[in-house]
Structure formats: C-alpha cells, structure tokens
Design a protein around this ligand. Structure first.
Ligand code: MN
Ligand code: MN
Ligand code: ZN
Length: 293
C-alpha cells in the first residue's frame, strides 16, 4: 500500500491536523504551520508541541509534510519583501525542525517583473543563507503552474547554485505539471515527463507527489484543482503514478477541493477511495473498479 494522505486543516491547533488525517484513514499528512495567508505567526507553546510529538509517534502518520505559507516569496526583487520572506521562512523551518517534521514544501516564488535568472539567483541565495542552520529537514521546492518552477530546468539551476544541495529536493504537483504544459495524461507524455525529471534533477530528488486533477486545460498556466478523475487529467495518470515501481516509497498527498458531495459524503474520503481503487486496479480492466465519476 502506498503512503497516501491529504492536506489537513490546523484549525484548533497543529495536533488536530494529525487527528483529522487519522480519522480519514491517511497514513501521511500535509498541513500549514500557521495561517497561510498572514505574516503573523502564532506562538507554538510547549503543550501544543508536546501533544503534536506524542500524536506523531502514536498515529503512525509518515512522513509528515509541512507546507509553506503563501506570502513567502524568496524570488522577490523587492528588498523589503525579500527580507521579510527570508525571516518568515527561517521561522517556519525552525518550527518544522522543532516538530520533527522531515519535509517542508516551498513555493519557489515569483520574480515579479524581473528576469528569471535573477529570480533563480535570489532563491538560491536565500536557501544558502537558511540551510546552514537546518538539521533533519529537507526543503522540497514545488513545481508551479507558471513562471519559476514550471520547468524542471529551473530546479536544476537552483540546485547547481546551492552549497548544501543535499538539503533540497522537489515535490511535483500533477495539476501544476499539466497546466505548465507537461502532457502527463498521455502514456508517452507521462514517461517523457519522468525521464526529463530524472535527466535534469534525478528521480532520487523527488520526495513528495501532490495528486490533484485540473479544471484548466494543459498549458493554460491556470492553477485550479479538481477532484481526482473529474478534471482534464482523468483517472489514468493517477493510476500510473500509484502503480509506478520507481515511486513506490513516496508519499502522495491530495489537495483537492474540500466539502461534501451532493450525496453528503466528504470529498476527501471520496478522492482517497478513488485513489486506493486506482492503486489496486489492473490497467486492462479499463475504467471499472471503484472509479465512478
Ligand atoms: Mn503548494
Ligand atoms: Mn501542490
Ligand atoms: Zn495548485
């Protein structure tokens, strides 16, 4: 069985994300470390940290994955936003380390108006500054829908500029790959995408896979997540990923829309069930199994 989980809310405190994941039947979980749309960071007291560490051991959710907050932009040409982003990132990375979380997913950021090369340089500079003090945490740069991070070449370039390259890996997001132009819904396109990733970055650098279908067409650059099998990707690429021998040790995380189906079922439960059935389904059985859009 693959490590399969969802991005969970931290409403009520960080330990609640773990409990929510467990209730859903996840064996891995992703969450924010704080309100993702605010610079402010709630103090994490010893009680909350203790409860988190206790539940982490007890619930067998592995690996745990922290996701960056949205305001951080370490590619920014604006000096005050750049500095602020570095400080916020430093705080999130320290928290990740204090909580014994092995992976921290980071958006590469946007060079807003300036060139790509300068943006890549600023990202590498910020990471070189922060990684020195970091132990036991790997920063995973996430593939993006457009701009920096929408081509594997961008990650290869950043890695080249790092002093401690071993502390950085990558996280692919199926929706982002697709809208960035990678044709992962076609069997040959899927293979070519993985080959390109391996050639430019190395498959061993891939540590987390985000599973999201896409409302938007390929190459559109529009980041609109859809339920698994209900979007432009359809169920096939998810089956390939979940049955790919090369990826069998990786955690897979859904970030599909939250809510309930017209039948009153929790959408996370439905999406995870579809993925479990695709994981166990034979290709030649066609689109039977548990997949019912
Ligand atoms: Mn993300
Ligand atoms: Mn994602
Ligand atoms: Zn997205």
């Amino acid at each position: 069985m693959r490590r399969l989980g969802a991005h969970m809310s931290i409403s009520g405190g960080l330990p609640r994300a773990l409990e929510r994941g467990r209730t859903l039947g996840c064996n891995t979980v992703q969450f924010f470390l704080k309100n993702a749309r605010s610079w402010r960071s709630r103090v994490l007291d010893d009680g909350e940290r203790g409860e988190f560490l206790m539940l982490k051991d007890r619930l067998g959710l592995e690996p745990l994955i922290a996701h960056c907050s949205y305001l951080i932009n370490i590619a920014s040409p604006n000096p005050s936003l750049y500095e602020r982003s570095i400080e916020a990132l430093r705080e999130e990375l320290l928290r990740t380390q204090a909580l014994g979380i092995p992976y921290y997913v980071l958006h590469p950021g946007s060079p807003t108006g300036t060139g790509e090369q300068e943006g890549l340089y600023r990202i590498a500079r910020a990471l070189n500054l922060l990684l020195q003090d970091l132990q036991g945490v790997m920063v995973l740069l996430e593939t993006t829908a457009r701009g920096i991070g929408s081509r594997f070449e961008n990650f290869a370039r950043i890695l080249e500029m790092l002093e401690e390259e071993q502390k950085v890996g990558i996280c692919i997001d199926t929706c982002h790959l697709w809208v960035a132009g990678y044709d992962i819904a076609d069997p040959r396109g899927y293979e070519e995408t993985l080959k390109e990733l391996d050639d430019l970055i190395g498959l061993e650098k891939l540590k987390v896979v985000h599973l999201n279908d896409s409302k938007a067409p390929r190459g559109s650059g529009r980041d609109r997540h859809e339920h698994i099998g209900f979007g432009k990707l359809g169920p096939e690429p998810f089956r390939w990923l979940l049955q790919d021998e090369r990826l069998k040790e990786l955690p897979f995380i859904i970030e599909t829309p939250k809510g309930v189906t017209p039948e009153g079922e929790d959408w996370d439960e439905v999406n995870l069930r579809i993925l479990r059935s695709l994981e166990g389904e034979d290709e030649d059985k066609g689109d039977s199994g548990g997949y019912r859009p």
